[in-house]
Ligand binder design. Structure first.
Ligand code: HEM
Length: 375
């Protein structure tokens, strides 16, 4: 029988790669997971509160979940962690919490942003209630899917006496390290998606994203919209490359506007082709998504999804379109309305899920997420 002592000890103690132990600060003025450079994996989960959870119960829940999130994102086990070994590699784990209308209604004396609630109906929508609304949002993201799965399980275990899972939507981007940091993501249509986006760390981003109203419990937080949008890849397969590029107004290889040569070139919406038609068509997604008022912009931080196909299809995929904006009515809704009126991409897209949450501000050590509402 081979004895364990015969196995030589490693000459050099095992060290984890820096990427795996990278930590995103949990505490701060704003919650992490928004201005954070997007991690490779992200799961969005909505919870329904149990009937008997009142303001005090909700505060208790958020104290527990905040403690879990603070520990896990720092690479430490949660209290009573059943698998503490899975907590040691955070790989930029972030946990971001959001509140739906029912949580806000627990404290009626503190007014909530008027946009909190379902979005207006859009003609493109084919909404499945299985992917709609919810009382508490958990956005859990990491570059490592095992870390993410463990963190989410710890949070849900601690939440289960207060709430049940309403929906669960996992999404992904390319693996960390497979592209240079800062590379814009590609969606499953193969498009570079996220080029024109406010840049975290700039005044522009802060103005567009963070709620600035000192009289509100949501001050320092933001508005979150999640749209689950099915992308019909089987139908997209039948469109030639030129048609694909026309539908958005950008090329597929570099993501440059059809009037430019590099990804970040400014599109020239006035340019005409030889026969007098706009180079970037009237129906192009980027023309329709850009409104004249620069305060009507949003911060997009979406993820791809890819689920088992059913029927005769070979794919069941789409985009978890996630956007952050200080005012959903002023920023998100008019853009979505414009796309609803005209956008060639609609030929291949079907929004099937829709949810809106207030993301409360961040907290300091000793505090908890949601204290400005529930405290
Ligand atoms: C731009 C794809 C849904 C808002 C773009 C671009 C692509 C794209 C390829 C060009 C590159 C870029 O700047 O990111 C998609 C796909 C969608 C989708 C595949 C659905 C599956 C939406 C929705 C909204 C939206 C629902 C908002 C309601 C925007 C905005 C831009 C944009 C604001 C930048 C426009 C500009 O150049 O000013 N999208 N998009 N998109 N999209 Fe979408």
């Amino acid at each position: 029988m081979r004895r364990a002592s015969a196995v030589p000890a490693p000459a050099v103690p095992r060290e984890e790669p820096a990427e795996a132990s990278a930590v995103v600060d949990f505490y701060g003025e704003h919650q992490a997971g928004i201005a954070t450079e997007p991690q490779a994996h992200c799961t969005f989960v909505a919870l329904d509160l149990r009937e008997d959870v009142d303001r005090a119960g909700m505060a208790r829940l958020m104290r527990i979940l905040t403690d879990d999130a603070a520990r896990l994102t720092a690479g430490s086990a949660a209290l009573a962690d059943s698998e503490p070994e899975l907590a040691v590699l955070p790989a930029r784990l972030t946990v971001t919490f959001g509140f739906g209308p029912r949580v806000a209604a627990l404290v009626p004396e503190k007014p909530s942003p008027e946009w909190l609630g379902p979005l207006p109906a859009f003609s493109v929508d084919r909404l499945d209630p299985h992917y709609g609304d919810g009382d508490v949002l958990l956005q859990v993201a990491s570059d490592d899917p095992l870390t993410l799965a463990h963190a989410l399980r710890m949070l849900l275990k601690d939440a289960r006496s207060f709430a049940t899972v309403r929906w669960h939507q996992p999404g992904f981007r390319r693996a960390r390290g497979s592209e240079k940091p800062g590379t814009t993501m590609r969606n499953l249509f193969g498009q570079i998606d996220g080029t024109v986006n406010p840049v975290p760390g700039t005044r522009d981003f802060d103005d567009l994203v963070w709620i600035a109203d000192r009289s509100s419990w949501a001050h320092g937080g933001t508005g979150f919209v999640l749209r689950r949008i099915g992308m019909d890849l089987d139908k997209w397969d039948r469109l030639d490359r030129e048609g694909r590029e026309q539908s958005v107004g950008r090329t597929l290889d570099s993501g440059a506007p059809l009037t430019g040569s590099r990804e970040h070139d400014e599109p020239d919406f006035a340019a005409k082709n030889a026969v007098g038609f706009p180079v970037i068509a009237e129906f192009a997604h980027i023309r329709r998504a850009r409104l004249a008022d620069p305060s009507q912009r949003i911060f997009r931080r979406g993820y791809n999804y890819d689920e088992p196909p059913f029927g005769t299809g070979v794919s069941h995929s789409g985009l978890l379109f996630a956007s952050f904006q200080a005012d959903v009515t002023h920023q998100f809704v008019p853009i979505q309305r414009s796309l609803d009126e005209l956008d060639l991409l609609n030929e291949w897209l079907v929004p099937v899920g829709s949810a809106v949450f207030v993301i409360p501000p961040g907290c300091a050590p000793g505090g908890y997420i949601g204290e400005t509402l529930l405290g």
